[in-house]
Design a protein around this ligand. Structure first.
Ligand SMILES: NC(=O)c1ccc[n+]([C@@H]2O[C@H](COP(=O)([O-])OP(=O)(O)OC[C@H]3O[C@@H](n4cnc5c(N)ncnc54)[C@H](O)[C@@H]3O)[C@@H](O)[C@H]2O)c1
Length: 399
């Protein structure tokens, strides 16, 4: 029986990861979820999972040494997956300190507690030894690499090696906006308080590997999208505003380019790295899917308008007229300070070494995401009204 300690699993990617591992491994695993339930944590996203006998929810902070130590003392944890973080760049510009505390000190505390629990002694060279089969996985971001040039105004065909073609045969028509990509060897060059805090955390993780020989991996992913995404981020915000008939704010001219990864593809990659990744290695997990913000907004408008026309039952969700769902909803707002122009991650290493590739083409992923939002309005309403913050009290207040 493998026991996971998953931090931040009431957040967007963590919730999807919890669902993924339960779906994959069923009652062959135990999972402890540790989450502080900040504004970004929504317990109702994982309601079904935390009711399972093999899943335990602990409300608490990754920085709380006594609490995390107790979790390790009471459970034989095999895998730590550290999603818990402050994750929104705009918020990091407003309040950098919180980001440094959660993202750096929280990571260091999780590492310390794992090290204490897993340490068995020393080998003949005086190097620390650990219980077999243990691993600490840090969930990081492509933002640690900084920003790339955008060389083309329009997406161009992306040419990949023959070795890579064999792995990604299910994915055709790959495109790019530039000549250069982030690989695992790209020097770290963060530019926002958020990415600086994530970079520091990555360096602490690697320091624990080099100094203490701890069994660690780091995964660095591009922008995720999919179900249970908090509607302050671009894709769920645009979906929500279209249904509400509200304007769609786009930074600058909407020309910034990001690589987009369907969250379930990401979750598969994380579980693969946990189980098969080489200790001490970093793996980039990307979508082979660069897109400019403005093109994404266009695609979402077109997708929602089409679904509304083809399936009129969804029109009951609209607070505007169907004919008003068009590009006139877009409004350009002053750009974010230091807004990175392009991120493009190269996931060749995880593809060729572990056989993973991002299976979901963007149009398919966007359609799935739009449909999830249409079919889960209750979740969206509870998030946008703030009611989700009472959910913990309702569920656990009297226990
Ligand atoms: N969303 C993306 O596109 C993306 C891209 C690259 C990397 N990442 C990384 O993936 C991870 C998860 O991202 P997300 O989008 O799911 O984040 P999120 O903001 O949706 O969720 C974060 C979760 O962490 C919890 N949390 C925050 N502070 C905590 C603390 N001190 N102790 C315990 N729990 C705490 C929150 O309650 C929430 O449940 C983060 O580490 C983020 O940096 C995300």
């Amino acid at each position: 029986m493998t026991t996971y300690l998953v931090t931040g699993a009431a957040g967007f990617i963590g919730a999807n990861f919890l669902k993924y591992i339960i779906g994959q491994h069923g009652d062959g695993i135990n999972v402890i979820v540790l989450d502080a339930l900040t504004y970004a944590g929504n317990l109702s996203s994982i309601k079904q999972e935390i009711d399972l006998p093999n899943v335990t929810f602990v409300k608490g902070d990754v920085k709380d040494h006594d609490l995390v130590k107790k979790i390790f003392a009471e459970n034989d944890i095999d895998f730590v997956v550290n999603f818990a973080a402050e994750s929104h760049v705009d918020r990091s510009i407003e309040n950098p300190r919180l980001f440094l505390e959660t993202n750096i000190l929280g990571t260091q505390n999780m590492l310390d507690c794992a090290r204490e629990a897993w340490l068995t002694g020393k080998d003949e060279n005086g190097r620390p030894t650990y219980k077999a089969g243990k691993k600490y996985l840090q969930i990081s971001t492509d933002e640690v690499y900084g920003s790339l040039e955008k060389d083309y105004d329009e997406a161009q065909p992306l040419h990949v090696s023959d070795e890579l073609k064999k792995v990604i045969e299910g994915r055709r028509e790959l495109t790019t906006f530039g000549k250069h990509f982030f690989t695992e060897e790209t020097p770290l060059s963060p530019r926002s308080p958020y990415s600086a805090s994530k970079t520091s955390a990555d360096m602490i993780v690697m320091a624990y590997y080099h100094t203490y020989g701890m069994p660690v991996n780091i995964t660095r992913c591009s922008n995720n999208y999919g179900p249970y995404h908090f509607p302050e981020k671009l894709i769920p915000l645009v979906i929500h505003n279209i249904l509400e008939g509200k304007k769609l704010p786009v930074y600058g001219k909407g020309l910034n380019v990001r690589d987009w990864l369907y969250v379930e593809d990401h979750c598969k990659g994380i579980d693969l790295v946990l189980r098969r990744g080489t200790v001490g290695e970093v793996y980039n997990i990307g979508g082979f899917n660069e897109e400019s913000n403005i093109n994404i907004v266009h695609l979402i408008i077109d997708t929602i308008a089409r679904i509304m026309r083809d399936e009129p039952r969804y029109q009951a969700l609209l607070k505007c007229r169907l004919e008003d769902i068009n590009y006139d909803l877009i409004t350009y707002v002053t750009d974010r300070p230091g807004h990175d122009m392009r991120y493009a991650i190269d996931p060749t290493k995880i593809a060729t070494r572990l056989g993973w590739y991002p299976e979901t083409p963007f149009t398919v992923g966007i359609e799935k995401t739009v449909r999830w939002n249409l079919d889960n309005q209750q979740w969206i309403d509870s998030v946008t009204s703030g009611d989700y913050q009472q959910y913990y009290e309702q569920m656990y207040g009297n226990r």
